[in-house]
Design a binder for this molecule. Structure first.
Ligand SMILES: [Zn+2]
Ligand SMILES: [Zn+2]
Length: 137
């Protein structure tokens, strides 16, 4: 079933909506995500480009490495999304920016070899090395 879900930055200037079903929900430990979110890890959802749109002001775009664009609100600084040429046709929105983050429980960890040593993960989700998202089911 298709449902509309909403997300936004802290100050509400930038907002977006997505249509379910999403492609995946993944917790990433890579240094780039940690740096952008200024957090020890982040969880993001993959949404096909045909299933999302900005609904408020457009965010600023920061190119963090070749082929990778990361967005944030230029007013409050909230990180919102990233996209990579390696995963074409998909936007990845940070779950913490969603109105209902509880809906998007992650399915796996990626870049687990970059996990901070003091971060203790006790779930039994798959823990993959490298940034590539591969869902096997
Ligand atoms: Zn904002
Ligand atoms: Zn990452």
């Amino acid at each position: 079933m298709t449902e509309t879900c909403h997300g936004r930055c802290f100050c509400k200037a930038v907002s977006f909506e997505i249509l379910t079903p999403i492609r995946w929900s993944v917790t990433c430990h890579c240094e780039s995500c940690r740096r952008q979110c200024s957090a020890p890890m982040t969880t993001y959802i993959g949404v096909p480009d045909t299933q999302w749109k900005w609904t408020g002001a457009a965010p600023k775009v920061y190119r963090s490495s070749p082929g990778v664009e990361r967005t944030f609100c230029e007013n409050c600084g909230t990180p919102l999304s990233f996209r990579s040429e390696n995963m074409t046709g998909l936007m990845h929105f940070y779950v913490a920016a969603m109105e209902e983050p509880e809906r998007f429980e992650p399915q796996l960890h990626v870049a687990y070899e970059e996990k901070l040593s003091w971060l203790n993960i006790s779930d039994d989700l798959p823990k993959r090395e490298g940034p590539k998202v591969v869902i096997s089911d």
